[in-house]
Design a protein around this ligand. Structure first.
Ligand SMILES: [Zn+2]
Length: 165
């Protein structure tokens, strides 16, 4: 595994153990060249998954990207990492077990929303707002008002990033 810091190919595994739900193996690695430490996960992949975007283009499904979007929605929310991991794994398993190995971004969004709804109201609304791209902002406006008070404004003020997708 290449070192993400210096690019050395000579990294060593220091520790290797299953995650809490045993769905993955977590390996702690260290790079002897720069001393950098990082973690990798080994997971079951039932099948190759492709995402069909709205413009019809196919792209390989990216679990990390899904995890990041969920983490953004859950930022500063009191939800345990294990539950987040279970949500992500559950979504991926559902995607893997349906269709022909192709899923639409709508299907992914719908599954994540279902999962977040059960996990955390505010994360759900945040994700829903981004996922629906604010085109249905009115529909969610009432929900957001109800659940978040001024929390979302603070968040938005702090990170006005957004990579344009
Ligand atoms: Zn290194």
């Amino acid at each position: 595994m290449r070192c993400p810091y210096c690019g050395s190919l000579d990294t060593q595994v220091k520790d290797s153990r299953p995650t809490e739900d045993s769905s993955a193996i977590r390996r702690r690695r260290v790079c002897p060249d720069c001393g950098g430490r990082f973690t990798t996960f080994e997971r079951v992949q039932l099948r190759e998954l492709y995402v069909v975007k709205r413009n019809g283009k196919r792209a390989p499904f990216d679990r990390d990207k899904l995890a990041r979007s969920i983490e953004v929605a859950l930022r500063k929310r009191p939800v345990e990492q294990d539950r987040v991991e279970r949500l992500i794994s559950g979504v991926v398993r559902q995607l893997e077990s349906q269709g022909e190995g192709e899923v639409t971004s709508e299907e992914i969004g719908a599954l994540v929303m279902e999962g977040l709804k059960a996990l955390d109201d505010i994360a759900y609304v945040r994700f829903a707002s981004v996922y629906r791209n604010f085109t249905e902002a009115k529909e969610f406006g009432a929900l957001i008002d109800e659940l978040t008070e001024d929390r979302l404004d603070e968040e938005n003020a702090q990170d006005g990033t957004g990579d344009g997708g």
